[in-house]
Design a protein around this ligand. Sequence first.
Ligand SMILES: *[C@@H]1O[C@H](CO)[C@@H](O)[C@H](O)[C@H]1NC(C)=O
Ligand SMILES: *[C@@H]1O[C@H](CO)[C@@H](O)[C@H](O)[C@H]1NC(C)=O
Ligand SMILES: *[C@@H]1O[C@H](CO)[C@@H](O)[C@H](O)[C@H]1NC(C)=O
Ligand SMILES: *[C@@H]1O[C@H](CO)[C@@H](O)[C@H](O)[C@H]1NC(C)=O
Ligand SMILES: *[C@@H]1O[C@H](CO)[C@@H](O)[C@H](O)[C@H]1NC(C)=O
Ligand SMILES: *[C@@H]1O[C@H](CO)[C@@H](O)[C@H](O)[C@H]1NC(C)=O
Ligand SMILES: *[C@@H]1O[C@H](CO)[C@@H](O)[C@H](O)[C@H]1NC(C)=O
Length: 264
Amino acid sequence: MLLAILIYITGAFGSTTTRCKESERHALLKIKENLRGHGDGFLTSWGNEEEKRECCEWIGIRCDNKSGHVIRLDLSPSTLGRGLFDPFEGNLSYSLVDLQYLHYLDLSFIQFYENSITSFIGSLSKLRYLNLSYTNMTGDDLPQLGNLSSLQFLDLCYNDNLEIKNMEWASHLSSLQLLDLSYTNMSFAYDWENVVNNLPHLKYLKLIYCDLPDIVLPSLSVVNSSKVLAIIDLSYNYDLSSSIFQGFSTIAIVLFILTSLIAY
Ligand SMILES: *[C@@H]1O[C@H](CO)[C@@H](O)[C@H](O)[C@H]1NC(C)=O
Ligand SMILES: *[C@@H]1O[C@H](CO)[C@@H](O)[C@H](O)[C@H]1NC(C)=O
Ligand SMILES: *[C@@H]1O[C@H](CO)[C@@H](O)[C@H](O)[C@H]1NC(C)=O
Ligand SMILES: *[C@@H]1O[C@H](CO)[C@@H](O)[C@H](O)[C@H]1NC(C)=O
Ligand SMILES: *[C@@H]1O[C@H](CO)[C@@H](O)[C@H](O)[C@H]1NC(C)=O
Ligand SMILES: *[C@@H]1O[C@H](CO)[C@@H](O)[C@H](O)[C@H]1NC(C)=O
Ligand SMILES: *[C@@H]1O[C@H](CO)[C@@H](O)[C@H](O)[C@H]1NC(C)=O
């Protein structure tokens, strides 16, 4: 009986302790402050009020069960239940760097104002998933993404003004399984094939409509890959010639041909 009461009491206390870290809650509120959404549904669960103290229960947030640190920030349309092209825009607050335990960051379909995006994401060293597709990202400030050595999924597609001048940064992402750079500008990324070919865990590669440079470099013949890419989609890259076939394994070539046929 006494034991039951004790369990009841500790249970009750347990449920009133807030897991959310004060500094991380503060950072999340700063992130919200810098964004604008329209309509009633704009991050209403996020707030300063006493009853909203537990940021681990805010929509789009997940905390680590043990430490209470925020490990997931997902503001994607599907998670928030907003329409794909509902206006959702603003600046990315520098406070994001206070969320050092993030594993998962999805800011897809937020229209960020000028160049506000990549400059400090490289410091979130625990990231495994980063989705910045459709975020109006501009410039060529990607090298610091090379610091994200745990990254497994990277989606930067549909940022037409993003110029990826070389892929050296990606060669440091040795855990990468999925890479989608479709609809970015890679017209000067001559090293792309060499880099992706040397990523040991890469399975999904999408470089649709990237204006890829044709690769007819003699160095290609020394590319030696025993890795099998499961899916590779290079459609709508009009300058590419069949010379890239040398570098990839058979399955990749088959898929390349398939996607080329679909494309033309
Ligand atoms: C974004 O930053 C600019 C310049 O710092 C500022 O003028 C603007 O009000 C900010 N927008 C939002 C939604 O916070
Ligand atoms: C963390 O807690 C959630 C909800 O209580 C539960 O669904 C999940 O399985 C837990 N995860 C771990 C790793 O214990
Ligand atoms: C990134 O986000 C978009 C839109 O939310 C989604 O369609 C896409 O599948 C995501 N990418 C990955 C790799 O999960
Ligand atoms: C997209 O970025 C450009 C600058 O590159 C900026 O002028 C424009 O306002 C941004 N669009 C939106 C919807 O924020
Ligand atoms: C990336 O890593 C280098 C070396 O470890 C460090 O000097 C640099 O500050 C890091 N960049 C970011 C954006 O964290
Ligand atoms: C891609 O970027 C280069 C400069 O790096 C520029 O000359 C070219 O016009 C851009 N292509 C497109 C389709 O915007
Ligand atoms: C390719 O790599 C394999 C195993 O790593 C090695 O045995 C082989 O000699 C290499 N071939 C060339 C042409 O470098």
